[in-house]
Write a protein that binds this ligand. Structure first.
Ligand code: AMP
Length: 359
């Protein structure tokens, strides 16, 4: 058993060395923790700002043992952490948060939607298919268009294609790699929203206001927060977030992506059991941001406030857009967050800015 709350001076472990790990590590450092990152790349965005990098795959038993030797509380920045990595850490006496249940649900789009519906959080109609033939019969029953997504490992719009005609379903199944898929009815949404929420070890919750999100080519471009929504929508989103947190016996920050329909109803698109790109606005819009909130939760500290002091427009800097840093640095209301990635590739998330206006 690990003694919680974890005192400053202890080491926190993070699986994954990307930008989310980096911003978690910075928040942890501000609270006085040392950070150990487990990551394949010796020079990672998170590793650059942490005390230790343990170089290895997430499921490398030797690397996990090394991590467990220094960190008694471990979290992750990436939902596709193998379940056996979590199990190995737990067997080594490490407290892993969020837990295996949240990971299992978030890693499989079918399990996720089943969980959501069972918890009273509505989603689009969906069905699973494990073969081209099955996909075709699902399409015949549900009708087209349908969005076919791989059940596992899709992100930023990857691993999904529209099926416009029943006759295309089998070929689309093959084009996605012949792996198990989910077929989703189209959400006729007017806006995409998201809500960032946290639950502490004591079951207390903290929920931020909604963000309005704009994607391009499946990648988040821009978030506006707090979103301009009716009281009813804000309350409904909070209710959904509370159900998700409780239903997963969750510890940490979760990102919940929502569709706002024409009639004002909300559907959940997906849940990310981690800090989330659409929550970056909290860094400059709230006194305790999603990263510190997550660290507080997993370390067993009390959660912080979520009331915004500023309205924020968050813009992702993709690829060589990061080269505009010098111009952005002249803008007094623009806060710059760069990730230390050495190479700008098209579409790669290199940083973001928060354009801030005090409320
Ligand atoms: P996802 O990978 O599930 O987050 O989906 C990426 C993007 O595809 C979402 O942000 C939406 O813009 C769109 N999308 C996902 N699911 C649906 C759906 N069932 N109907 C319409 N658009 C969707």
């Amino acid at each position: 058993m690990v003694d919680l709350p974890l005192p400053p001076g202890s080491t926190l472990g993070i699986l994954g060395g990307g930008q989310l790990g980096r911003m978690l590590a910075l928040a942890a450092a501000r609270l006085g923790f040392d950070v150990a990152v487990l990551e394949r790349d010796a020079d990672s965005p998170a590793g650059q700002v942490s005390n230790h990098t343990i170089v290895g795959a997430y499921d490398d038993p030797k690397a996990l043992a090394e991590l467990a030797a220094v960190a008694k509380v471990v979290t992750f920045e990436f939902e596709n952490v193998p379940a056996r990595a979590v199990l190995t850490l737990q067997q080594l006496g490490v407290e892993v948060a969020p837990g295996a249940e949240a990971l299992a649900v978030a890693q499989d789009r079918v399990a996720e939607k089943q969980f959501l519906n069972a918890s009273g959080a509505p989603t689009v109609a969906f069905a699973a298919a494990d073969s081209g033939e099955e996909a075709a019969s699902v399409a015949a029953v549900m009708g087209c268009p349908l969005l076919m997504k791989t059940r596992r490992e899709g992100y930023d719009g990857k691993g999904q294609r529209w099926v416009e005609h029943v006759g295309d379903a089998a070929a689309t199944f093959e084009a996605l790699g012949g792996v198990p898929v989910i077929l989703e009815a189209p959400a006729d949404f007017v806006r995409e929203l998201s809500i960032i929420a946290a639950r502490g070890r004591d079951g207390a919750t903290a929920i931020y206001p909604l963000a309005e999100n704009h994607h391009e080519g499946g990648i988040l471009r821009r978030s506006l927060a707090p979103a301009n929504v009716s009281k009813a929508i804000a309350l409904e989103a909070e209710k959904i977030a509370a159900r998700v947190l409780k239903g997963l016996n969750y510890v940490g920050v979760v990102g919940i992506e929502l569709f706002e329909l024409k009639d004002g109803r909300l559907l959940v698109n997906e849940i990310a059991p981690r800090v989330h790109n659409t929550g970056h606005w909290t860094q400059d819009g709230c006194s305790v941001d999603q990263f510190e909130q997550h660290i507080r939760a997993v370390a067993g500290w009390p959660l912080g406030p979520t009331i915004p002091h500023s309205r924020v427009e968050m813009l992702n800097l993709l690829g060589d857009e990061v080269d505009t840093w010098a111009k952005l640095a002249h803008e007094p209301d623009t806060r710059i967050h760069l990730y230390g990635k050495r190479q700008a590739k098209p579409g790669r998330k290199m940083g973001h800015v928060n354009k801030v206006r005090m409320l």
